[in-house]
Design a protein around this ligand. Structure first.
Ligand code: ADP
Ligand code: MG
Length: 240
């Protein structure tokens, strides 16, 4: 039987047999402003509230802003007694991957969020190779190494790193307008075990939907589900 980690997001877990398979990697994709960060943060908070150690790495929001965001949804990080660690990192720091690995190990995280893969692969550091020769040789991706391949290698490296921690993880990504797929790097959707896509319908204030195009080891309820962002956070409607 597959062990599952409930996200605690109202209405969501019942779409996926009760939760994300333990140790799986989930890509949370969508356009900007669709609620990806809030979705992941709420899941991390809920997991920590159940007593598991969670790490939320953001390349976009400082710890202070993240805390404020939690407060807006009535979530007080102080109540978690340190079970949820918020970490704001510079995606262009060449040591960023090892920092995440160390932090995950240090607190023995069972749940990890990386927000976002896109900022990790589209920053200026992507123009220069900050990989060791060994890492390049170990990569399944063939040379030549242009910035696109470099971005893919970086994604593979970070997903491998996170998978090796055995934590259940959520990684946010972006849908690129006019391009197929669920990420800027075009690879993470294949390397992840699950994909959740959030949409907000243009011109319809507050109308948001969620789909689950892929989830391994799980009999999911397929369909398009609407969700709301309320004062208590995200609520997914169980009917389509
Ligand atoms: N306190 C709040 N109450 C309701 N909706 C909010 C609140 N804060 C942010 N939002 C909505 O969430 C969106 C941002 O969510 P976020 O998770 O940061 O998006 P993403 O990470 O996909 O860019 C905003 O565009 C806004 O519509
Ligand atoms: Mg975000």
């Amino acid at each position: 039987m597959v062990n599952r980690i409930a996200t605690g997001i109202n209405g969501f877990d019942e779409l996926i047999e009760g939760g994300l398979p333990q140790g799986s990697l989930t890509l949370v994709s969508g356009n900007p402003g669709t609620g990806k960060s809030i979705f992941c943060m709420q899941a991390a908070y809920n997991v920590a509230a159940k007593g598991k150690l969670a790490l939320y790495v953001s390349f976009e929001q400082t710890e202070k802003i993240l805390e404020e965001q939690l407060t807006q949804f009535g979530l007080d990080i102080k109540k978690l007694n340190g079970k949820l660690k918020l970490l704001f990192l510079d995606p262009n720091d060449p040591d960023v991957m090892s920092t995440i690995q160390k932090e995950a190990k240090k607190i023995n995280s069972e749940f990890i969020v990386v927000d976002s893969l896109a900022s990790l692969t589209s920053g200026p550091s992507n123009q220069s190779a900050n990989f060791t020769a060994q890492q390049i040789m170990d990569s399944v991706i063939p040379v030549p190494i242009d910035s696109e391949n470099l971005a893919r290698m970086k994604v593979k490296l970070i997903l491998d790193t996170i998978r090796n921690t055995k934590a259940t993880a959520m990684l946010t990504s972006e849908i690129i307008h006019g391009q197929d797929g669920y990420s800027r790097d075009t690879l993470s959707e294949f390397l992840c075990d699950a994909i959740i896509v959030l949409h907000s319908v243009e011109g319809e204030e507050g109308f948001r939907t969620l789909t689950i195009p892929k989830i391994r080891l799980t009999k999911q309820k397929s369909g398009i589900y609407s969700f709301e962002m309320t004062k208590k956070g995200i609520i997914v409607k169980s009917s389509e």
